[in-house]
Design a protein around this ligand. Structure first.
Ligand code: TPP
Ligand code: SF4
Ligand code: SF4
Length: 628
């Protein structure tokens, strides 16, 4: 059996069952992409895993995880103006971080071409919002392609790359969670590996790359003209498809995942509406849309999240005096959550009740019980929250940030009462500390997030002499998105590098009170916290412990992890339940008689719970070679 790396590199025609994120990597290879950058975030991380499956020596392009999405975008931009086809990929909210540079891209002549792949997250499956990045298209004058399945991801990327190279402009490939993760047999073409050299191609002699003062206008004019010209491509493109069901009364204009769900919902219907499935959603194929509108009495615009298409199509119909009834979103619920088959059925039955009522009984989704998110057994963040909670008073204000440690806001810790965006916590905490003499402010920040967007807030707290305590939750990885390296870990995607030591860095910045302590040393951490919050000004506690999920996986794979378990000495246990109610390791549960029970399948035997028991009833299993 061939490895994923071998499949991705295979030069002849082949087909393989892959997820959208993997199909994307094959498309990058076939298109001759030269530089690829990213910052981790769902729904995109499997793209990097597929890239990792090809050894660095065999990888036909350069790849790196950059420190954040803006940096990643700028690197891809730089590579493109130097003549190399480049791609940056990141999650939905990553575009907000990249935006300051991203919105400039259309002004530039991108010699090598550049594809910006955005993983939107309708349903907020793993994001703090459901932002609809189609809005950025109008703002940035960048065309948007939207595939609905892995085969289309592969085809659309190649087409986007080709156009981007030809027209020397950026193109967005907008994916969404289910397109990234859906599995399908994808047909890959044969390809020839392109020859590259390292000859520098960048030249500012004949081209302006500095948009300042009046130089902005010709650049903007060119961006607008390119978008205008793109419309004729959009009108002719096969990426927009009509599914003619012979219904001249009713039609549906849709795209992406809603299209797939619609097909599912319409499977058993007799009088199916015609469908116009858009693959290019900006600039719209206006002629195709007008024709479709004219041919139908009523047209429903079926789109996930915001009414982006609806507004554009209604404006178009108004300008062209088209009398077709255009039906958009009916109520607020239509703006929320993924357009699964059940949701589409619901939305469509509000539009055409008689047509869609027949299938109302069809239950497309199985009800799966929601599993509450929780920190892993043995997670160092748990020990940190447990100890820090004991050091603070009820009055104190705690600010969360984004990462596994966000889960500290859940009971029993309830630490982290406000959350805005990645890296916000020091600055939000700073704002909370102003005109606030009686309540201490404590902000939490993950180590990866600190390098991503946390540093400006830290530098600001030093610069403006603010009064708060920052706890850096250092677990030596970007845990929440799948354990990617960051500048503090000592390796990047490709090789080992000098780690940036957080403590020394902060001291170098001029933070006077910096403490570093292993989170498993709970009593000591509590004391350090008590001291830090009493300091005047800005203090930092680096609460450090390796991510135990990563640590145990790696140690087990090397045969170097001793799988101990803890046990409860029922004769000693007073049923105080501190281990369950305050420490909250998921391995513990309480039986009906009040006895504490350890789930041995979950327990990793790290022993961080032992110190939480006031009567010393928890100990490592004797039979396993542990000791009390
Ligand atoms: C702008 C933005 N980019 C990416 C993400 C995805 N993301 C969520 S948490 C996280 C980093 C978590 O790492 P760290 O701060 O070290 O905390 P840990 O999960 O390791 O506790 C990332 C990259 C995001 N939410 N927002
Ligand atoms: S992945 Fe690591 S950091 Fe995240 S909860 Fe699990 S042990 Fe903790
Ligand atoms: S040793 Fe204690 S803290 Fe660690 S997993 Fe087992 S029960 Fe949980």
């Amino acid at each position: 059996m061939k490895s994923l790396g071998e499949i991705l590199l295979r030069k002849d025609e082949t087909s393989e069952i892959v997820i959208g994120n993997t199909a994307l990597v094959r498309a990058m290879i076939e298109a001759g992409t030269r530089v690829v950058t990213s910052y981790p975030g769902s729904p995109m991380p499997e793209t990097a895993e597929a890239i990792r499956s090809i050894s660095k020596e065999q990888r036909p392009f350069y790849f790196e995880f950059s420190t954040n999405e803006k940096v990643a975008t700028e690197i891809a931009f730089g590579a493109s103006v130097n003549g190399h086809l480049s791609t940056v990929f990141f999650k939905s909210v990553g575009l907000n971080v990249a935006a300051d540079s991203f919105v400039q891209l259309a002004l530039m002549k991108l010699k090598g071409g550049m594809v910006v792949v955005i993983g939107d997250d309708p349903g907020a499956n793993s994001s703090q919002n459901e932002q609809d990045n189609r809005h950025y298209a109008h703002l940035s004058y960048i065309p948007v392609f939207e595939p609905s399945n892995p085969q289309e991801v592969y085809e659309y990327y190649k087409e986007a790359a080709k156009l981007s190279q030809e027209k020397e402009m950026p193109v967005i490939l907008r994916l969404s969670t289910h397109v990234c993760h859906a599995k399908q047999k994808v047909n890959f073409s044969s390809y020839k590996q392109q020859e590259f050299d390292s000859k520098p191609r960048f030249s500012s002699e004949n081209e302006n790359y500095v948009p300042i003062t009046s130089k902005v206008f010709p650049m903007k004019r060119r961006a607008l003209k390119r978008i205008k010209d793109f419309k004729s491509y959009s009108n002719k493109s096969d990426l927009n498809k009509i599914i003619d069901n012979g219904n001249k009364d009713k039609g549906i204009i849709t795209m992406g995942v809603p299209y797939l769900s619609l097909r599912d919902v319409m499977e058993d219907m007799d009088n199916k509406p015609d469908i116009l499935k858009l693959g290019i959603i900006y600039p719209l194929p206006e002629d195709v849309i007008m024709e479709f509108l004219k041919e139908h009495k009523e047209v429903k615009i079926l789109e996930e999240l915001d009414n982006v298409l609806e507004k554009d199509i209604k404006a178009l119909a108004f300008e062209e005096n088209i009398e077709t009834e255009i039906i958009g979103k009916k109520d607020i619920d239509d703006w929320i959550n993924e357009y699964t088959p059940d949701k589409v059925q619901d939305v469509m039955s509000k539009t055409w009740p008689s047509l869609f009522k027949k299938i109302n009984s069809k239950n497309h989704e199985k009800n799966v019980e929601n599993r509450p998110a929780q920190l892993c057994p043995g997670c160092g963040h748990r020990s940190a929250f447990y100890a820090i909670k004991k050091a603070l008073s009820e009055e104190d204000i705690t600010v969360a940030d984004i990462g596994c440690h966000t889960l500290g806001f859940l009971p029993p810790y309830e630490m982290g009462e406000v959350l805005l965006s990645m890296g916000h916590s020091t600055s939000t905490g700073t704002g909370l500390s102003l005109f606030n003499d009686s309540r201490k402010v404590v902000s939490f920040l993950g180590d990866s997030t600190m390098f991503h967007a946390g540093l400006p807030g830290i530098v600001n707290a030093i610069f403006n002499d603010h009064n708060l305590t920052l706890v850096i939750m250092e677990n030596g990885t970007t845990a929440m998105t799948g354990h990617q390296n960051h500048p503090g870990t000592g390796s990047n995607f490709n090789e080992e590098v000098q780690p940036i030591p957080i403590k020394e860095m902060l001291k170098g910045f001029g933070v006077k009170n910096v403490y570093e302590i292993d989170t498993y040393a709970q009593t000591k951490l509590k004391e350090v916290m008590e001291k830090a919050v009493e300091e005047d000004g800005f203090s930092v506690v680096i609460a450090t412990h390796p991510c135990m999920l990563k640590f145990t996986r790696e140690a087990r794979s090397k045969g170097a992890y001793k799988d101990n378990k803890v046990e409860i000495d029922q004769e000693v246990c007073h049923q105080i339940h501190e281990c369950v109610k305050e420490f909250g390791c998921p391995s513990f549960s309480i039986t009906e008689e009040g006895k504490v029970f350890v789930n041995k399948d979950l327990c990793i035997g790290d022993g961080s719970c032992i110190q939480t028991c006031p009567v010393d009833a928890i100990g490592l299993e004797q039979s396993n070679g542990g000791n009390k």
